[in-house]
Design a protein around this ligand. Structure first.
Ligand SMILES: *Cc1c(COP(=O)(O)O)cnc(C)c1O
Length: 380
């Protein structure tokens, strides 16, 4: 009997996938994969490759994880639904209830909450300390300490971490290290090659680079990434195929973007450094031969009205994120660091006058001009 209308609708003639040679990996926008018989299904469980179910594995996230691992110089990587879920998977892969983490006090706000609230409730304690003095970090090490966790370049004051020192300290006490490399990117810094165990990225930022995805990546040695993969699968922290695909596409231009954005940032930082309406420019001027990153943080002079400054920025938008190809600004005190106690913000130097600039790929003359003009317009 011929199939009826409804059935034909659902079982169309498929294109012959074997004869198609797509130049880029297609988007495997599917929740599951099919098997021709029980033997093939059993083969999956015997590790003969292929895919089963997208939460447990899908070619687009796999490609993204492997691509970031390759540029970080690490053997393995896994892509996740966000930077935070990559951090969560990395922590849970190696730290159990009853164990202890030492983290930098100036960690990204979301990461701070993850440790302070969620992981605390799961029985994992964190001591937050300043990493500017590693002797202080060493003093915080306890019997049950398992991990040191900090960022290669911190947010928003762009402090460059002494990763050699952190790795040495960890090795001395048999601790693991987790480094958030989001701000520096693998273009400027490769923590894994310096001996760090796990490197994490909010791929939402420079890895994706176009402000159109939320994703994360964790890289490290095979054994640790296998453990993290189990966490991602069990927690359902997988990234969607489409977002992974978009992120992989963005990643291809990382070097071009970082070269341009870092050069623009350096020029802007130099210009603002000479500007009398700026009290301080936070920019790691002399840290690396590949440039110094594309974030510039400034402290406005007392003669500048902060609110008027934000209103005067013409084409530069206020956005509570960073790393896109367009230049944007954010106000750390009232966004990313809003939940931090006021004393901590004061102590860190995150005040009302602090403005974080994510420098884009526009022409540097225009970028410098828009900030210079806004400073003049916002004079009290
Ligand atoms: C944005 C960010 C995160 C969190 O990433 P999401 O993708 O928003 O989950 C973690 N660390 C740093 C340094 C970030 O900038």
């Amino acid at each position: 009997m011929e199939k009826k209308f409804e059935t034909v609708l659902l079982h169309p003639v498929k294109v012959n996938e074997k004869s198609i040679k797509s130049k880029v990996t297609p988007i495997y926008q599917t929740s599951a994969f099919v098997f021709k018989d029980l033997e093939e299904l059993e083969g999956y469980y015997q590790g003969e490759g292929n895919y089963l179910y997208s939460r447990t594995g899908n070619p687009n996230p796999d490609e993204l994880g492997a691509a970031v691992a390759a540029i970080e110089g690490a053997p393995a990587g896994i892509a996740t639904s966000s930077g935070l879920s990559a951090i969560l998977a990395g922590v849970l892969a190696v730290v159990k209830s009853g164990e202890h983490i030492i983290a930098a006090e100036d960690l990204y706000g979301g990461s701070f909450h993850l440790l302070k609230e969620e992981l605390h409730n799961l029985g994992i304690e964190t001591t937050f300390v300043s990493f500017t003095d590693l002797a202080e970090v060493e003093k915080s090490i306890q019997e049950n300490t398992k991990m040191l966790y900090t960022e290669s370049i911190t947010n928003p004051l762009l402090r460059v971490e002494d990763l050699h020192g952190v790795v040495q300290l960890a090795k001395k006490h048999h601790l693991l290290t987790l480094i958030d490399n989001t701000f520096a990117t693998p273009f400027h810094c490769n923590p894994y090659e310096l001996g760090v165990d796990l490197v994490v990225h909010s791929a939402t930022k420079y890895i994706g680079g176009h402000s159109d995805v939320t994703a994360g990546v964790l890289v490290g040695r095979d054994e640790l990434i296998a453990k993290a993969r189990a966490k991602v699968v069990n927690l359902g922290a997988n990234v969607s195929p489409f977002e992974a695909w978009l992120t992989s596409r963005g990643l291809k231009t990382l070097a071009l973007r970082m070269k341009c954005q870092s050069q623009n940032a350096q020029q802007l930082a130099e210009a603002l450094n000479r500007n009398p309406n700026i009290e301080k420019v936070y920019y790691p001027f002399a840290e690396s031969h590949t440039g110094y990153g594309a974030m510039v943080t400034i402290k406005l002079g007392t003669q500048v009205d902060t609110s008027a400054f934000f209103k005067s920025l013409s084409w530069v938008k206020i956005a509570p994120t960073l790393a896109g190809v367009e230049t944007t600004v954010s106000h750390p005190l009232t966004t990313s660091h809003r939940a931090l106690p006021k004393e901590v913000c004061d102590e860190l130097g995150i005040t009302m006058e602090v403005v974080r600039i994510s420098v884009g790929i526009e022409h540097p003359d225009d970028i410098i001009q828009v900030f210079t003009e806004a400073l003049e317009k916002a004079l009290k």
